[in-house]
Ligand binder design. Structure first.
Ligand SMILES: [Ca+2]
Length: 115
């Protein structure tokens, strides 16, 4: 149990380090935070097409301390939201696939069952 926890912490450490490297790549001016234009670039990199206004709203929605930019913690919040959306999409697809698999293959009849 203790070694499992230690293993998870070590894995988490690796994930956080690589995530921080990604955060730094988007922090083009090395300010330590992501400003509007950097968030816009990030959203585009995630294939999320938004207008300037939508980007502002997204930035504000995750900007928990209200300083107008995203710090690393807020960036992690964004990633968590992206991951959550991805998981719910995968769950929905799995549910749809299950429904399709369970649906009986009944051929449509054109003729009436009543003679
Ligand atoms: Ca920045």
């Amino acid at each position: 149990m203790k070694s499992d926890l230690r293993s998870v912490i070590m894995d988490l450490d690796k994930v956080l380090r690589s995530t921080y490297k990604i955060f730094r790549k988007f922090d083009e001016d090395r300010s330590g935070t992501l400003e509007h234009n950097e968030v816009l670039t990030l959203l585009k990199a995630c294939n999320i097409e938004v207008s300037e206004q939508e980007c502002t709203e997204c930035l504000k929605g995750i900007d928990s301390n209200g300083d107008g930019v995203w710090d690393f913690t807020e960036f992690m919040t964004f990633l968590g939201m992206i991951y959550s959306v991805k998981l719910s999409g995968a769950a929905q697809k799995e549910e749809n696939d299950t429904k399709k698999a369970q649906k009986p293959d009944v051929p449509k009849r054109k003729e009436s069952l009543v003679p």
